[in-house]
Each structure stands twice: as C-alpha cells, then as structure tokens.
Write a protein that binds this ligand. Structure first.
Ligand SMILES: Nc1ncnc2c1ncn2[C@@H]1O[C@H](COP(=O)(O)OP(=O)(O)O)[C@@H](O)[C@H]1O
Ligand SMILES: [Mg+2]
Length: 411
C-alpha cells in the first residue's frame, strides 16, 4: 500500500508503517469508483503486490539482523519444526542448505559446560516460566568459539493454554566480550603497575629517610656539639661567639626541618605503633603547620586496624596525607575531621572531611594533576574503592574503604 506522506518531498513515499522508500512522484489520474463516479487521487506506478511487500520486509529484517548480529528462531510444537533466520545460521557458522535446525542440533553446538543451562532454560520456557537472558558459549563446526546472549523464549499458546510456539533471539556478543576482557586486562595491568610503583616508592622513601636520619642528622648533631663546645671553651671575641650562636640556631632549624622531612617520608609511628597512632600524629602535624583544626575520630576499631597488613595501612595513610595536602592547598577550611572506622567485618573506612570551599564544579579534568587519581588508584590497588563528595561552599569529603586483607592479585 502506497500513500503520500504530508511533509515529505513528493519523491519520498511511505510504503507501509515503519518503511520509507524512494519512488518517482505518483502519476495523478482519474479512476472510476465502484459506484461509477470519477475520483482523483495519487496512484503509484510502483504499487507493490502483497508478495513483493513481504519480500521487501523480509529483506529489511535480514539486513537489520546482520547489522546487529542478532539471529532469531521459532520452534513450532505441533510438528516439532524449528526455523532460523539467516543471521542465526551465520552466528552458528552452519550452512543453511545442509544444516537442519532442531533443539537437539543446537544443543550439540553449545559448549558442553553451558549445555545444562540451555536445557534448563528450554524446560522453564515450556512450563511457561519466564527465562532471563543468559550468556552461553557456542562452538562452530569450524572449531571457533563464540559467545552469545540468548534472550526471548517467548511463548505462544493455543486456546487451551498449551504451548504452540516458542520464539527466541540470539545475539552474538563475542566482540563485545573480547573488548571487555581486553579492557579488564589493561585495567588489571595498570593496577599492578601502580601497586609496584607504590612499593618501589615506599622502599625508596624508607631508604632516604634512613640515610637522612643516620647520616645527616648525626652530622648536624656533631656540628651542634662542636659549636656548643667552642662557646663553652676559652673565651673568644664577641663576633666569633655570635657567629657560633648563629651556627647553633641555623643547625637546630635544619635538624627540625630534617626531622619533619623524615616523618613525611616514612612515619615511624606507622611501623611501630600502627595506623591509628600514625594518623593521630599526622593530624597534629597538619594542625601545627596549616593552622587548621584537625581531629582524628577512631572508635570501635576492635583491633581491626592493627590487623591491617603493612601495605594496606600505608595505603590508607598515604590517602589521608594527600587528602590533607589538598585541604591545605585548596579548601580554605577551618576544620578537618579524619574518621577511621570498621564498617563491616574485614573492611575499614577512612574519611577525611573539610568545611572548606568545596571543589569547583564543571572545571575540566586536568591532565597534570595526579593527587585524586593517585588516591583512587591506591584504594583500588588495595582491593577497595574511593569516593569523593563535594559541594560548592559546603566542603569536601574523601572516603576510602578497603579490606583488611590484601586483594587477590588481578589476573
Ligand atoms: N579538599 C578540597 N577542597 C577543594 N578543592 C579540592 C579539594 N581537593 C581537591 N580539590 C580540587 O581538585 C583538584 C585536583 O586535585 P589533585 O588531583 O590533588 O591535584 P592538585 O592538588 O595537584 O591540584 C584541585 O586542583 C582542586 O581544585
Ligand atoms: Mg593534590
């Protein structure tokens, strides 16, 4: 059936609902109505017969199925006949001229480990139960393995309620699965790389902290002693005494700075007293340096953080350290709260909240800042996750939740 469609150019005609075809402008001619009166209307020289219309629709459908890698099947119960769409033959890699589709034949093409699920699904559908879409591996006669998503199992019943036909659709998701696997693999590689870099960085920090402590600190202590001894010895002139006093002051200042650098590089408390004590220290130092009030709330830990293995405790400590750095640099906060809590058995949560200006909304992601990214990757590498919530003018909260046991290495 052809009808001109208002709003479309005359050469475009709606062939039937859902199908649009291009055709020459219809020839307007007079035709006799059944009652003998003359009527005028568009009559196409290309009107389709019902058979042609059907063929055209089938061609459209086959093309759409091929583009979408989606095949369909129909199982007629009365004569136990199964019919497949052209695309389904392609998905299963079988020749439509020789392969006779049947439930048993399909069963043989399914990976042995996935056959049970297929059987159960067909049984459920025949009993009239809904069947959720499921993934299944198939093995083509060539030996190639594909992954499909079977959905449908639509049931038609006769008047007595008996199942007359089953209808289903099968989507070839092999490429999608491959991409998903590649993506997971790449992400796993990245996580392992981050974890390895973290380990190397921690070891390097420990080494530098040790050298600063054992070497530089000892030398500075030596200078202090020498200066003190010189001032306590036979009297020297005023200018020399003042110079010695300046040396003492400057050296004391360098000792204090070095001590701070050593603490930042590797907090002793983390190794000796555990995460809670180390965070307590961190909060105190942060307050002293920034002038922003900072409190640690760590209750009902019941030894959970003591049970944290060293790398996980270090991860949480470094996350807190970076979050506080950000507060000092960006937040203009008056108060910061660090909270350490056991949220579920075997899982610890660290939260750093400030009452500052909040993160700017809508600013494009910069590719030269790694603080937030580093925190997120650290949490992931420890088998946990990190989230950030922030509102303009209402502060920022960074939450990291990680298991107390290390994550299994990502394959
Ligand atoms: N506590 C915070 N308060 C306000 N803004 C923050 C806070 N933490 C992070 N930001 C915003 O997020 C951005 C990215 O942080 P980050 O990745 O650590 O990079 P950097 O600190 O080097 O800028 C910061 O530049 C800042 O705009
Ligand atoms: Mg930062």
């Amino acid at each position: 059936m052809l009808a001109t469609h208002r709003g479309l150019p005359s050469a475009v005609q709606v062939e039937s609902p859902g199908f649009i075809m291009l055709a020459p402008a219809p020839t307007t001619m007079s035709s006799a109505a059944p009652d003998g009166s003359a009527s005028e209307g568009p009559v196409s020289r290309f009107a389709l017969s019902a058979e042609e219309d059907l063929r055209l629709r089938e061609a459209h459908l086959a093309r759409a199925q091929a583009l979408a890698h989606l095949g369909s099947w129909r199982w007629d119960m009365a004569n136990n006949a199964v019919s497949w769409s052209t695309e389904l033959y392609r998905i299963f890699g079988v020749d439509p001229t020789t392969f006779v589709p049947s439930n048993e034949a399909v069963h043989q093409l399914i990976h042995p480990a996935d056959r049970e699920q297929h059987l159960v699904s067909v049984q459920r559908a025949l009993q009239g139960c809904p069947v959720a879409p499921f993934e299944s591996r198939i093995i083509r006669p060539s030996g190639e393995e594909r992954v499909v998503l079977a959905s449908g199992f639509d049931v038609d019943r006769d008047a007595a309620g008996n199942v007359r036909t089953l209808f289903g659709a099968i989507l070839d998701i092999t490429e999608r699965k491959r991409m998903q696997r590649d993506l997971e693999q790449a992400h796993g590689d990245l996580q392992r790389l981050v974890a390895a870099q973290d380990r190397v960085q921690e070891q390097e920090r420990q080494r530098i902290a040790r050298e600063l402590h054992d070497d530089l600190q000892q030398s500075l202590a030596g200078i202090m002693l020498e200066a003190a001894a010189a001032r306590a010895g036979p009297p020297v002139d005023d200018a020399s005494d003042q110079a010695l006093a300046r040396i003492q002051r400057i050296t004391a200042q360098i000792v204090r700075s070095t001590r701070q650098i050593i603490r930042d590089l590797r907090p002793q408390a983390l190794d000796e007293l555990g995460l809670k004590a180390a965070l307590d220290d961190l909060a105190r130092q942060f307050s002293q340096r920034s002038g922003v009030a900072c409190m640690l709330h760590a209750s009902a830990l019941e030894g959970a953080t003591e049970a944290l293995v060293a790398p996980l405790a270090t991860s949480l400590y470094r996350i807190a350290q970076e979050a506080l750095n950000n507060v000092a640099r960006h937040a203009h906060a008056r108060r910061v709260r660090i909270e350490l809590a056991v949220v579920s058995p075997g899982s610890v949560r660290l939260q750093v909240s400030d009452d500052g200006v909040g993160m700017p909304i809508g600013s494009p992601q910069r590719d030269d800042t790694f603080g937030l990214l580093g925190m997120r990757e650290r949490a992931r590498a420890a088998g946990g996750c990190l989230s950030i919530s922030s509102q303009p003018g209402a502060g920022t909260t960074v939450t990291a939740e990680i298991p107390t046991r290390p994550a299994a290495p990502v394959a």
